[in-house]
Ligand binder design. Structure first.
Ligand SMILES: Cc1ncc(COP(=O)(O)O)c(C=O)c1O
Length: 403
């Protein structure tokens, strides 16, 4: 591999990195970046491929390219400038942060909320504050990487339960009664499976064993519940989860940003002690304003959530009719298991040749032998987009053999 070499750089180090990359290439696991020349939407302009139907974005409600969401960001850029140039507690807190955080709290059904520059940042910044030495964190084995890293950063003892296994969760709760705080952490909607955490049982067990619940609702916010308020709304449990973390980078405009929603005292504690709040710049006001507008747009017309689910239902039904076996789940994530990683990558490339983008995920993102194409529905898709995509699935399925 050719690489730029400068006299003072460490040649051995850079060569070792290059050979690691060669190895990924030879195993077929090297990821390639796709460059877009247009906004995220049902269809995009993708470099070297032209117009492509997107079935793999997190733009669940189609708000990334919503005129009001864009305009709100533009207005904030004019009013507040390019960025905060400070962390929150020095002089990086703008009035739009307060507006956004109040809106997010009422949307999530909690007393208060705090924004972060991403949900990754929220999870890794909040978890170590909520549980430390002498405490126990009990975590679903399929939780998102940012939760795993957040748990690693905390000094709490880590216990893992098999995916959604409530009997094992109860065993772990029974066996850890000596601990201080016991924090149960789960994704709301699991990003690789599309299934939901059994929240009613988790909340009940937390009550029974005096534990605290934290739900990362990144794929549930804007998606689950009648008005898109997330998995707690879906299960009729608004206000009954101790801590919710979520992203602004998916359904709520898709720009970037994350938040924690909880009681006023938890939010105060995070404001005081969460390291990204103290040592890293605040969410840019432009993004805060776009996200705020995204929630307002959703509140003004929640029928967009129904449109998302109609689209997800249509894609699931038609994929089945074409011989595919998507995992069943009530979310907007529709994984199609295909087995080997190389097969998932080949199918994804062939679909792209037919004008449809669907990501293939393999090991190490998912366990060996369970590689999958992850279709994600969006309210931005119209029937024509979906039919074009489904035709591509039929054609590619016939070419490579159905998984
Ligand atoms: C469950 C979950 N949590 C957190 C994140 C990270 O969100 P963000 O992009 O805001 O960092 C993701 C994104 O993929 C996610 O799926």
């Amino acid at each position: 591999m050719l690489w730029y070499y400068h006299g003072n750089m460490n040649k051995n180090f850079h060569e070792a990195v290059a050979s690691g990359i060669e190895e990924m290439k030879s195993k077929g696991t090297l990821k390639r970046l796709r460059y877009l020349h247009s906004p995220m939407d049902g269809r995009v302009q993708m470099e070297a491929h032209g117009q492509i139907v997107i079935l793999s974005s997190n733009n669940y409600l189609g708000l990334s390219n919503h005129p009001q969401v864009i305009r709100a960001g533009q207005k904030a850029l004019e009013r507040f400038g390019a960025g905060t140039a400070s962390v929150r507690f020095i002089c990086g807190t703008f009035s739009v942060h307060r507006e956004l955080e109040q809106k997010l709290a009422s949307f999530a059904g909690t007393e208060a909320a705090l924004s972060y520059v991403s949900c990754w940042n929220a999870n890794t910044g909040a978890i170590p504050v909520l549980a430390g030495e002498g405490d126990v964190i009990i975590s679903d084995e399929l939780n998102h990487a940012s939760i795993i890293d957040g748990v690693r950063l905390s000094r709490a003892r880590r216990l893992i339960y098999r995916h959604a296994d409530m009997a094992e969760l109860e065993q772990l709760l029974k066996g850890s009664q000596e601990a201080g705080t016991r924090l149960i952490i789960t994704d709301g909607v699991f990003s690789m499976e599309g299934d939901l955490a059994p929240l009613p049982q988790i909340v009940e067990l937390a009550g029974k064993y005096d534990a605290v619940t934290l739900v990362d609702d990144s794929h549930g916010t804007g998606v689950m519940g009648h008005s898109g308020r997330g998995i707690a709304e879906h299960f009729g449990l608004l206000g009954q989860v101790d801590v919710i973390t979520s992203t602004l980078g998916k359904a709520l405009g898709g720009a970037a940003g994350g938040f924690v929603a909880s009681s006023a005292q938890v939010i105060e504690l995070l404001t005081q002690s969460s390291r990204p709040q103290i040592f890293s710049n605040a969410l840019p006001p432009t993004i805060a304003a776009s996200a705020l507008k995204a929630v307002e747009v959703l509140e003004a017309d929640p029928s967009v959530v129904q449109k998302l689910h109609d689209n997800a239902g249509y894609l699931r039904k038609e994929l089945r009719a074409r011989g595919f076996k998507p995992l069943d789940a009530p979310s907007a994530i529709i994984p199609i298991l295909v087995g080997e990683t190389s097969f998932a990558i080949r199918m994804s490339e062939k679909l792209l040749e037919e004008g449809v983008f669907v990501t293939g995920f393999g090991f190490p993102v998912v366990p060996e032998g369970t590689a999958r194409l992850r279709v994600q529905a969006s309210a931005a898709l119209n029937r024509e987009d979906m039919d074009l995509a489904l035709e591509a699935f039929s054609k590619v399925g016939a070419e490579v053999g159905l998984p």
